[in-house]
Design a binder for this molecule. Structure first.
Ligand SMILES: C[S@@+](CC[C@H](N)C(=O)[O-])C[C@H]1O[C@@H](n2cnc3c(N)ncnc32)[C@H](O)[C@@H]1O
Length: 217
């Protein structure tokens, strides 16, 4: 796994962004509001994704309050290269709050396990990764047959601005810039996934947020 300079810069600013964003937020209230947000996020999916206590879940690019905070019975794995920094610098994130979660402080590109997951979330994270196509291959490999991968990703709403963002690196936190169709094309090239729902989760001025549900063939 080769860490690119562009990715390291993005990660340097990512931890700063979280510190600033959370500095005046009460940890308990924030976690409560984030749980509500994740519940309503799941509610918008119409795909029949059954989650019971045996469902093996992976949260990739989990951040300090990812969707892993929703469940306390399931055995969950969570991956993020900044977990140790979040633990040191952000009172809102404490690993010991989550006894059922195993935290891996690593980029997805360096993660391997014999474990297969029924359900993988990669939310607001894939455009932060080092290598998107390699990450999708790794996620396909980690998913159990018939398992679901739920991705949410920022997509340019004004496509003509995308080349500008890409060339000038205007969006420091996101090394990768996508239009929705371009992202879907990347997925379609892969044999492992069947594309299910594509939901416009949030409409924005420069970026929309799309949620894409993929099923492992
Ligand atoms: C915007 S945050 C999203 C956090 C969380 N999923 C959420 O929606 O609240 C993006 C996260 O992706 C993580 N990240 C960046 N590169 C990564 C990589 N190569 N593998 C896994 N996670 C990565 C960052 O450290 C950051 O915590």
């Amino acid at each position: 796994m080769k860490l690119t300079k562009r990715w390291k810069v993005a990660q340097y600013f990512e931890i700063r962004w979280w510190r600033k964003y959370l500095q005046h937020k009460n940890p308990e209230e924030y976690l409560l509001s984030k749980k509500k947000y994740w519940s309503s996020f799941l509610g918008q999916l119409s795909t029949e994704i059954e989650i019971n206590e045996k469902t093996k879940i992976l949260d990739v690019g989990a951040g300090p309050a990812g969707i892993f905070i929703l469940w306390d019975k399931n055995k969950i794995d969570a991956i993020d290269p900044l977990f140790d920094k979040y633990e040191t610098h952000i009172p809102h994130f404490t690993k010991k709050l989550y006894k059922n979660v195993t935290f891996y402080t690593t980029p997805i590109e360096g993660f391997s396990t014999p474990q297969k997951y029924d359900l993988i979330f990669c939310l607001n994270a894939i455009n932060h990764f080092i290598d998107v196509e390699n990450s999708l291959q790794i996620l396909a490999h980690l998913l159990a047959p018939e398992g679901f991968l739920v991705i949410s990703v920022d997509t340019h709403s004004m496509l003509f601005l995308r080349p500008l963002f890409k060339t000038l690196q205007l969006d420091i936190l996101h090394p990768h810039q996508f239009g929705l169709n371009e992202f879907l094309e990347t997925i379609k090239k892969m044999e492992e996934f069947k594309i299910g729902e594509v939901i416009l989760s949030k409409r924005g001025f420069l970026f929309n947020l799309h949620t894409i549900v993929l099923k492992k063939k």
